[in-house]
Design a protein around this ligand. Sequence first.
Ligand code: ATP
Ligand code: MG
Length: 422
Amino acid sequence: MAEIIRSVRGMNDILPEMTPYWQVVETSLKQVLDGYGYQEIRLPILEKTELFKRSIGEVTDIVEKEMYTFEDRNGDSLTLRPEGTAGCVRAAMEHSLFNQQQRLWYMGPMFRHERPQKGRYRQFHQLGVEAYGFSGPDIDAEMILLTARLWKKLGLKDISLQVNSLGSTEARVKYRQKLVEYYQANQEQLDEDSQRRLSSNPLRILDSKNPEMQALNQAAPKLIDYLDAESAEHFEQLCATLTEAGIAFEVNPRLVRGLDYYGKTVFEWVTDQLGAQGTVCAGGRYDGLIEQLGGKASTAIGFAIGLERLISLLEAGGVLPEIAGPDVYLVAVGDVAAAQSLLLAESLRDQLPQLRLISHCGGGSFKSQFKRADRSGARWTLILGEEEMAQQTIGVKTMATGEQQTLAWSELANFLSASAFN
Ligand code: ATP
Ligand code: MG
């Protein structure tokens, strides 16, 4: 027999045993976003490569080594989106959304050619949230409050908030110089990645995941000491609002983004429950990006949640939501009953649009059908046999108690609605 074809490394199937959890989590996220007036935007998965080069920048890990880039049949260079912000800004420019304030979200797969490991995949999923046209710290606070509400709704506890301010472009230029001087003075302690970043993107050194770089990074000059007055004020107000709202946070001076268009607020929600891949949600203000992409200057802030990490964390905390089985599993023995059972099921679905009913298909003995009913986790098993057919009745077994009764077909919808949907 030929060997079966397997999925691409780092690109996972999400199987039916897990999809109910994804659906519940996605529904919760959407409900919270809806509660704050954020609207969904649906974006293409493929974009022109140029978009990511110009937005994320050539000297980042993503563009240097993580993108899935290829030429299509016309010879155009396209890239599977590694993140959603660039495409969202592109769409907003293209459709003049920047003329008004916008609160937007999108959810879907992202692609990065990284080394696959727990919490790090080549196809993964993000919820992205972006707000355009707001310059004050109030929207920064709203976004963080929104994420805090998400965790609360999902029952998540092992997660904590880190914030920092990256200041203005001028402040960062000044700071970068100090940072480069510091690292140059300690050059022998830099690992290979950091050596490279020293000339290309020194702020990224602070973000190193190498434990051997930690001490050096801890002692590095802090951006927060170089902030311009406006950014300092913005940050102070954000922190004050978070404190008043009872949101615990830590100011982490090493929290940076290696992308030039980020400024002022950055934040991350992190956990120690997922090993090295501990960042579940990362966000920040990117007022500089729209102009960088050729649009009219506009303010913008956003964050992204890694859904695989979020679901792993719910699993680790034992707070994955309970998934209910169907309401009803309908068993039918014999050809006549089997044919009737499909009609009966249709009539019940007509009468009770919310009913979740599995009709047994494929025949078999009472015993084998019952086994499936049991495994389905249904609340009731309905039983249609020869005798019931003759009398236009149906057996009803309440699975939790084992209690059995016989009802007329005409009584069934009433019985189910009174018991299930009260
Ligand atoms: P990391 O430092 O873990 O590589 P990042 O800075 O590259 O993360 P962002 O681009 O800020 O990540 O993406 C936002 C979130 O998306 C991350 O915090 C994480 O939860 C998730 N994420 C990023 N890359 C991956 C991946 N390869 N697999 C799974 N989730 C990911
Ligand atoms: Mg990364």
